[in-house]
Design a protein around this ligand. Structure first.
Ligand SMILES: C[S@@+](CC[C@H](N)C(=O)[O-])C[C@H]1O[C@@H](n2cnc3c(N)ncnc32)[C@H](O)[C@@H]1O
Length: 396
C-alpha cells in the first residue's frame, strides 16, 4: 500500500510488531486501497456492483479479543505481546496496543510480574516445555468489562490441587484493574502454536461477560466465537438484515448465533435455523435466546454443515427456504457444501467472508447458477490488510 502520511504513526511498536501494518497510511487511503484491490481481484466476474468500503466506526481500540504470547527474550527477561513482523519466534514486548484495549499495557505488566515473581517457566515452542503460554483477553466494548484467560500446560487435577495457590495468587495481581471481572485458567497441552484451550477453569468472578450489538445481547465466554470488532459488526449485521427476503432462512456456520439472533429479532420473515459444529457456540447461542427473550421461529443445531445439509431435503422447512447465509472460517466452503447449496437453489445466498481469496474460489461454483448482485466490503480490521465482505447472490 502507498504510504501517504506518517504524522499519524501512533503506536510505539508500529513497524516491528506483526499486529498491524498500515498505521502510517491515512485511514481514507487505507479504504481506497482496499477497494482498488477488491475491484482488481473480482474483475473476472460479472458483478453488478462493488460498493465502496464501509469504514469502521472506531479505528483505534476496536478489537474485543486478543491472544498475547508470554515468553522470554534472548536475555531471559519475561516478555508478553505479539509476534514480531516476519519473525514468528520473536515476541514484541508490548507497552500498548492501539487496536485492542486501552488497558493492554497494565494487563501485560501484571502477568509478566506474576511470572517473574513466582519463577514460572514460560512455554518454549521448540522444546515443547514450560508452563505459561498465552494470555487471551476478551472485552465487552459496550461496558469495558474484561475477561482474562491464562493459557497454561498441565492437568485439571494439578491446577485445582497442587497449583491452586499459584493461580489464585495470579488473580490478586489484577486487583488494580477494575475492568477485570473474570479470570479463567485454560489448559492447552497441544504442540501446535495456538491459544485454543482443551479445558477452562473459572478462578475469579463471573463466568461470562455481556455485550450488546444492534439491540441484541450476546454472552462472551472463553471458548465461543464472536466477531472481533463489535462496532463494525453492528454494520455487518445491518447489511445482512437489509438483504433477507420473505421465507425461511438457513444460517450456516452461525457461531454463537451472531446473525441468527439479529434476524429473529429484527427481520422475522420466516423460520431461521443456525448451524455450527462447536458445542460451546451452540450452547451460548441457546443461552442468548433466553437472554433476548426470543423463542419463536428460531432453532440452533450443533452439527457439521457438511452433514447437516444433506439431511435437509425432505423437511417441511425446505419447501419455504429462500435465504442461505454462509459465514465459513478462512478456508471457505468445501466442494460438498458448495454442491449441496447449489442444489438447494434458493432465491438468495448471502455469503460473508473474511477471506477474499477463498470467496473468489467459491464464487466459481456459484456463478453457474447465481448472479453476483453486489459485494459490500466492510472494514472490520483497520490498519491491517484484512477485510470482511458480504457477497449477495441471486438465483438466475
Ligand atoms: C466466521 S465464524 C461464524 C460467525 C458468525 N456468523 C457470527 O457472526 O458470529 C465461523 C464458524 O464456523 C464454525 N465451523 C467451522 N467449521 C465448521 C463446520 N464444518 N460445520 C459447522 N460449523 C463450522 C466455527 O465454529 C465458527 O463458529
Amino acid at each position: 500500500m502507498n504510504s501517504t502520511n506518517t504524522t499519524n504513526l501512533i503506536c510505539q511498536h508500529f513497524g516491528i510488531c506483526g499486529g498491524c501494518q498500515y498505521q502510517d497510511v491515512e485511514y481514507s487511503v487505507q479504504l481506497e486501497n482496499k477497494y482498488k484491490l477488491l475491484v482488481e481481484q473480482f474483475k473476472d466476474f460479472d458483478v453488478d456492483e462493488i460498493k465502496p468500503v464501509i469504514p469502521s466506526p472506531k479505528i483505534w481500540y476496536y478489537r474485543n479479543k486478543m491472544e498475547f504470547i508470554i515468553g522470554k527474550d534472548k536475555t531471559g527477561k519475561i516478555v508478553a505481546g505479539l509476534r514480531q513482523k516476519n519473525k514468528f519466534y520473536k515476541i514484541v514486548d508490548l507497552k500498548e496496543c492501539r487496536i485492542s484495549f486501552e488497558q493492554t499495557g497494565d494487563i501485560l505488566d501484571n502477568v509478566k510480574k506474576w511470572v517473574s515473581e513466582n519463577h514460572i517457566e514460560t512455554y518454549d515452542l521448540l522444546k515443547h516445555s514450560g508452563k505459561v503460554r498465552y494470555l487471551t483477553v476478551k472485552q465487552a466494548k459496550s461496558t469495558t468489562e474484561t475477561m482474562l484467560i491464562l493459557v497454561v500446560t498441565g492437568t485439571k487435577y494439578q491446577i485445582e490441587h497442587n497449583e491452586y495457590q499459584l493461580f489464585n495468587n495470579f488473580v490478586t495481581y489484577y486487583k488494580n484493574i477494575p475492568e477485570v471481572s473474570s479470570v479463567y485458567i485454560a489448559i492447552n497441552n497441544k504442540i501446535s502454536d495456538n491459544a485454543v484451550p482443551d479445558d477452562v477453569l473459572l478462578f475469579y468472578g463471573k463466568n461470562s461477560i455481556l455485550d450488546t450489538i444492534n439491540d441484541v445481547k450476546y454472552e462472551i465466554l472463553p471458548t465461543i466465537f464472536l466477531q472481533t470488532n463489535p462496532k463494525c459488526c453492528d454494520l455487518l449485521y445491518k447489511t445482512v438484515l437489509d438483504e433477507i427476503v420473505e421465507g425461511n432462512i438457513l444460517d450456516l456456520y452461525c457461531g454463537s448465533g451472531g446473525i441468527t439472533l439479529q434476524v429473529a429479532k429484527h427481520k422475522p420473515l420466516g423460520k431461521i435455523i443456525g448451524i455450527d459444529s462447536s458445542k460451546d457456540n451452540i450452547a451460548a447461542a441457546q443461552n442468548n435466546l433466553l437472554l433476548n427473550n426470543l423463542s419463536e421461529n428460531i432453532e440452533f443445531v450443533c452439527d457439521n454443515v457438511e452433514v447437516f445439509i444433506t439431511k435437509l431435503w425432505k423437511s417441511k422447512f425446505m419447501s419455504n427456504l429462500s435465504n442461505i447465509i454462509v459465514d465459513p472460517p478462512r478456508p471457505g466452503l468445501s466442494k460438498k457444501v458448495k454442491g449441496a447449496i447449489s442444489d438447494l437453489a434458493v432465491n438468495k445466498i448471502i455469503y460473508i467472508s473474511c477471506n477474499p481469496n477463498t470467496l473468489y474460489e467459491d464464487l466459481k461454483t456459484f456463478v453457474k447458477f447465481y448472479r453476483i448482485k453486489k459485494i459490500i466490503p466492510i472494514d472490520m480490521f483497520p490498519h491491517t490488510q484484512h477485510i470482511e465482505l458480504v457477497c449477495v447472490l441471486e438465483h438466475k
